[in-house]
Design a protein around this ligand. Structure first.
Ligand code: GTP
Ligand code: MG
Length: 383
């Protein structure tokens, strides 16, 4: 199966012109891309990303919209006690049970909302009605949804943020179950000894909710594709992101825990590369930028072999601004990556371009400047 996809990619995807054809690869495996183009112009659609990536992307889900309905409260009972020697035993109807809540619970072992992607409708159980002899109806069972830390719950209609899950085992009610109604025993009084009524159960809550994941990390890596973001993460942490010499190798965010002196650590997030015009949807667009909204530091990665280092930084800042201007208020630091390609003279030249912004030179390959970079990040995190 995998080989088939590889063959498909080889045959039909050409990274240089980024086009693909809507054909079944099984039936035309030997044709070259250029012959297909000349055979049937007009049958082509631009392919946004390689097939491998499209498949990988489905495993990382950071946005789901779900219809939630809590349980209706159980009705109170209007029962009167009737026994052989207690013909007029008085009211003894018990209360109804509470309807089930739908609850979100933080789970530090999870990092995607994939498990909720195909669960579009979530309905909790109703509370049971109260019964005779003051018996309390059973509460509806709550539904507990485990979610990764950094999950933001919103009301889909109003867009209002309801709450955020930031800690392991933290629980918040997404939709509240209806209260159970009071049984008639509660309405008995000296002047009113035979209350023939009881409260109905409270209505359930229903609505579309949005769950959005914003990864929690201390440092976010921001850069063009191929800047060396994933390579840095792989060098400073135990994370094993895919690294390759082509753009958009990383299609979903990667997280790594960076060990620092004295058993301390901080979390680094490597997000897919950004290109000029990303705010108009170019490349992978800006949707992954939501994952750096929570970071306290943004580490801009500018590769040594960039044609114009300073301009590259300005483009990145502009794209961030288009997504959320508040991102520009974050602490920033620049790392000139792949510095093993530079000599002293070039280092001085580039350093001059960045004289107004804190920066350092690193090479993930030779290890040059990595300790200094960690020191600088640590200082910023604790400033
Ligand atoms: N010479 C040199 N090459 C490097 C260094 N760091 C990364 N590279 C190379 O640069 C290429 C891109 O590296 P990645 O880490 O995949 O880049 P990225 O920024 O994660 O790229 P995307 O995931 O596509 O956004 C790879 O071929 C790396 O081997 C470095 O310090 N020196
Ligand atoms: Mg990468």
């Amino acid at each position: 199966m995998f080989e088939m996809f590889e063959m498909f990619e080889e045959q039909f995807l050409n990274p240089s012109n980024n086009i693909s054809k809507i054909v079944n690869p099984l039936f035309e495996p030997k044709k070259s891309l250029s012959s297909i183009v000349s055979d049937s112009p007009g049958l082509y659609v631009p392919l946004r990303q390689p097939i491998k990536g499209a498949m990988a992307e489905t495993n990382f889900v950071d946005y789901v919209k779900i219809m939630c309905r809590s349980g209706h409260g159980g009705a109170g009972s209007k029962h009167f006690r009737r026994e052989k020697f207690a013909a007029k035993g008085g009211p003894d109807g018990g209360d109804g049970g509470r309807g089930g809540h739908i609850i979100l619970r933080g789970n530090s072992q999870m990092w995607t909302l994939l498990h909720l992607k195909y669960r579009k409708h979530i309905f909790a159980e109703w509370g049971e009605s109260g019964g005779a002899s003051r018996s309390h109806g059973k509460d509806g069972e709550d539904i507990i949804l485990d979610v990764p830390l950094g999950t933001v719950a919103k009301d889909a209609e109003t867009g209002v943020v309801l709450f955020e899950i930031t800690e392991h085992d933290q629980t918040n009610i997404l939709v509240k179950g209806g209260r159970g109604g009071l049984g008639n025993v509660n309405f008995k009084s000296a002047t009113h000894q035979t209350p023939r009524y009881a409260q109905p159960g409270e209505d359930e809550e229903e609505g579309w909710k949005i769950l959005e994941l914003k990864i929690l990390a201390d440092v976010g890596l921001v850069g063009f594709p191929n800047a060396g973001k994933s390579t840095l993460l792989s060098v400073v942490s135990a994370a094993k992101p895919e690294i390759a010499d082509y753009p958009f190798t990383t299609l979903v965010p990667n997280l790594g825990i960076v060990g620092y002196r004295d058993n301390q650590s901080f979390v680094m997030a490597d997000i897919p590369g950004i290109i000029e015009g990303a705010h108009e949807g170019r490349g992978l667009g800006l949707r992954f930028l939501r994952h750096i909204e929570r970071n306290s530091i943004l580490l801009f990665m500018i590769p040594a072999d960039s044609k114009n280092h300073r301009k590259e930084l300005d483009i990145l800042l502009n794209e961030l601004d288009m997504f959320n201007p508040e991102l520009l208020d974050k602490q920033r630091f620049v790392a000139i990556t792949k510095s093993d390609m530079l000599d002293k003279e070039l280092i001085q030249e580039i350093s001059h371009e960045f004289k107004d912004i804190p920066h350092t030179f690193i090479s993930s390959v030779s290890g040059y400047g990595i300790v200094t970079l960690k020191d600088e990040i640590w200082k910023l995190l604790n400033s």
